[in-house]
Every structure is written in C-alpha cells, then in structure tokens.
Design a protein around this ligand. Structure first.
Ligand SMILES: Nc1ncnc2c1ncn2[C@@H]1O[C@H](COP(=O)(O)OP(=O)(O)OP(=O)(O)O)[C@@H](O)[C@H]1O
Length: 256
C-alpha cells in the first residue's frame, strides 16, 4: 500500500500548524518523521489517519483519496498506535487484540477459529501470550504499547501509523518492537524522537520544523551535524558504527 501526501496545510484558530506538506511512503517502506516538540508530527499523522481534515491538499492510499474511503475500508487498511491510549472501559488484553478483527467482521459474522488463531499468534509475537486474561488498564506503559502492536498485527492492516511507539519501552523492547514492525514488511510511517533508532530502522526520514518539511532523504545522507544543529539546536558527532553498519549519533549542548 502506497501513501502520498500532496501539498497539505492545516490551521487552527488562525494559526498555521502544517504548511505545504508533501511526502510519500512506498509500498513496504518504513518512513520516519522527526522534528522538535511542537513541529507538527502528531498533527500530520492525525491528518494521515483521518482524524483531522486538511484545509488544502490531498492524502491518498494506493491512489485513492482517504476521505473517499468508507470508515470500514479505512479501518481495514490502516492501524494506528499512539503514545497514550485512554481506556474508559476495562478490557482484557485478549479483548483489546480482538478489536483488531472488528473491521473484518460483518455485523452478523461470528468469530471463526481462524480469527482466534490470528489473535493468539499476534499476542505471541509481542511476547504477551501469558497476559491474555489480564486487564489492559493494569498493564505498564510498555506492556500496553505491545498490546496495541498486537492489535495492529491482528488487524492485518496494510498501512501502519505509529506516533512515538517506543515511548514507554525499555531499550530491549524499543529494539524488539521496531524490529518486529519492520519484519512485518507493512508500509509504515512513524514519528520518532530517538534519532539513533530512526537512523537504524527507517528507509527514509522526513524532517519537520515549524510545520514544514525542511529536509528528507535516507538516514545516512540526511542525519548530519549541520542539519541536527539547525533543526534541534544541538551539536552532534555522527559516526558509522562498524559493528552494526548503522549511524551512531552523540549529542552535546554547544556554547551560545
Ligand atoms: N487542536 C489544537 N489547537 C491548538 N493548537 C494545536 C492543536 N493541535 C496542535 N496544536 C499545536 O500545533 C503544534 C504542533 O503540535 P504537534 O502535537 O503536532 O507537534 P509534535 O511535533 O507532535 O510535538 P511533540 O514532539 O511534542 O509530540 C503545537 O504548537 C500544538 O500546540
């Protein structure tokens, strides 16, 4: 599934939050969105998963304007994992993951054995098989995050939107989660704060600053000290780690 964002802008209360955004995620690609606090990452993602309607511009999935898709088509195609998930009702972990099957079931359809094995397999993939009966509300932030990834897996969505998916996770789970998502081979756009993680997992990266894309490209070409200084206001040392063959970025505050 291919995502295209063409010339979108969004304002609220006379303040322009996003301006002339263009970006593309090719089928099966993992694209990162980076930028300082308040630069517009979550707002752009909200436009992409159709919670906000841009004032101008068009967003398409496989060439179709997302606002022309039915709610069900949109829910089947797109899975969203956010930093915080408000839970008014106390569902079990398994029930949360079952929700991923909802867009595939008609009103009168019964859950099949196949649905059941998809749910169990999703829980297993995130290492939470033994948590099935636990209450979602009682989980730690990191465990909740993994349940939401399991729900996205059970949804079998062909397009994933992740807003800071690794926020609550310890380092091992950060790596495992991104490894897992990458291994799904699903078209993914993810807002990430950690530039080292972005450099490791993204096929390409878009940099947002004050609501506009100021740079884009593959991590190794893009993430250089000049850009990092201009966008984040910090000094950095960027090296290629010979062991992992990935960028390793160290940051420091510069004298002003
Ligand atoms: N509904 C709204 N009303 C007013 N201002 C808003 C609204 N939504 C977003 N903004 C403003 O738009 C700007 C971009 O916010 P957004 O949450 O998209 O940034 P972000 O890059 O995701 O930030 P962070 O890294 O802190 O999560 C911020 O200044 C925010 O206060």
């Amino acid at each position: 599934m291919k995502l295209e964002v063409k010339q979108i802008s969004w304002s609220i209360e006379g303040k322009q939050i996003l301006r002339d955004i263009n970006l593309e995620v090719a089928s099966g690609e993992f694209v990162g969105l980076i930028g300082p606090n308040g630069s517009g990452k979550s707002t752009l993602l909200r436009c992409i998963y159709r919670v906000l309607k841009p004032d101008t511009g068009v967003i398409t999935l496989n060439g179709k304007n997302i606002w022309h898709l039915s709610a069900r088509e949109m829910a089947q195609a797109t899975a969203v994992v956010l930093q915080e998930t408000p839970t008014e009702f106390d569902f079990t972990v398994e029930e949360m993951v079952w929700m991923g099957r909802t867009p595939h079931l008609g009103i009168f359809d019964r859950q099949t054995e196949q649905d059941h094995s998809i749910v169990l397999s999703a829980l297993e993939q995130v290492g939470l098989s033994t948590f099935a009966e636990r209450s979602f509300a009682s989980l730690s932030g990191g465990e909740k995050q993994r349940v939401l990834i399991a729900r996205a897996i059970a949804q079998q969505a062909r397009f994933l939107v992740l807003d800071e998916p690794t926020n609550h996770l310890d380092i091992r789970y950060q790596l495992e989660l991104l490894e897992l998502v990458k291994g799904l081979g699903v078209t993914t756009i993810a807002a990430l704060h950690d530039l080292n993680l972005a450099a490791t997992y993204c096929d390409s990266i878009y940099v947002l600053k004050e609501g506009t894309i100021v740079a884009a490209g593959n991590p190794q070409a893009l993430l250089q000290p000049k850009l990092i200084r201009e966008v984040f206001g910090v000094g950095s040392v960027v090296a290629l780690d010979s062991r992992t063959d990935k960028l390793r970025i160290t940051f420091f505050l510069e004298d002003t």
